[in-house]
Design a protein. Sequence first.
Lengths: 98, 371
Amino acid sequence: MIRVVLPPHLRNLAQVTGEVAVEVQGKATPQSVLDALESRYPVLRGAIRDQTTQERRALVRFFACEQDLSLDPPDRPLPDAVVTGKEPFLIIGAMAGG
Amino acid sequence: MSGVRVLVGTHKGAFVMTSDAKRTQWDISGPHFTGWEVYHVKGSPADPNRLYASQNTGWFGQVIQRSNDGGKTWQAMEGKFAYDGEPGTHKWYDGTSRPFEFKRIWHLEPSLSDPDTVYAGAEDAALFRSTDGGESWHELPALRQHSTASNWAPGAGGMCLHTIILDPKHKDRMFAAISAAGAFRSDDAGTSWRPINHGLRSEGIPDPNAEVGHCVHRIAMHPSRPDTLFMQKHWDVMRTDDAGDTWREVSGNLPSDFGFPIDVHPHEPETIYVVPIKSDSEHIPPDGKLRVYRSRTGGNEWEALTNGLPQSDCYVNILRDAMAVDSLDSPGIYFGTTGGQVYASADAGDSWSPIVRDLPAVLSVEVQTLR
């Protein structure tokens, strides 16, 4: 199971609290994790990536193991620590200072 | 027992306000969808417990919420908004062409007869329809594919389809308005459209009498006279008595004919309301006085309604979808401000009092008359 941390707005939208866990078919990548996440929580379709192009929404970022994975190819395997459940896959709404 | 339900969309969520027919004591629920922009909330005329809300953020995009119990509980719909076929292009502010790109839903217009059918006006301008209660959406593409669409350009707030009016007497007739393209009419349920902007005049565009390019802010209709429409334009208050074929100006003695909302008295089709704003560069009330103006003559002759409204140091704006009227015998008029106040009048505008004073900036106000 892949642990996923959603930003507060998306937790509210999906009506979940805390982390969620999704089972990924095959290789764990950002794309396969999002596929599993959207399959389990259909209301999140379009909130993280465009439903037609599958491109990440501009103000949404992906992190894991203290690394920004946002610009990685969506089919690049996730770190082992995420695959084993030691670390979560973080979906974060971009933040601005001030 | 009769009463009203006021539906308020704000920059940080939605609110539902209910009262009996006296409209002096209010029960307020919300915020719903906290932290999200709610451009519009509207109830079905066919089933007052069926509500639709447009929820959006720049971070996470567009969500349509549906309630089946008058706003007590809500369900997020999963349907997506996708343009039908090639998006095509429109003009950008600098005159270059750029593709239509879906950004948000500005306005929801439920069917007059079917609670599951609802229309949605989008930015970039397009008209969508759902026939399954918001679960799926399909574009009515003829409007966006109109031969003039490649010359449409956005207003300062974006290229939004903000007004949808369903004609209660001609079932296939509907009106739509787009900033800054103008007004359009379909006589075949959205299969085809034609611009209805003859008589509008907009300084600052290459041809001030052009077929499209007019920044229409809002259109209102009285259901008993669907051929008569009233328009608040970027500048000018206009009316038509031939379903938009020709327009004439009725700004008359208004202190400013710039503004955003316009609405019609529920029992007097020639009584209309606007809220003048100083200018297109200063979106504040003239002289710091918040005044609703009422015409009982279908325009031209206007009276200021000030009783209960701040008459000094008031610098809020009232956005295009932020005014509504109920249909009780003594009709209620409602409007919300960018300062977070929602004002109500239970006597057709003669006197006003705030329902709330400290909401986030109000984007839209609708009201349902409950009997």
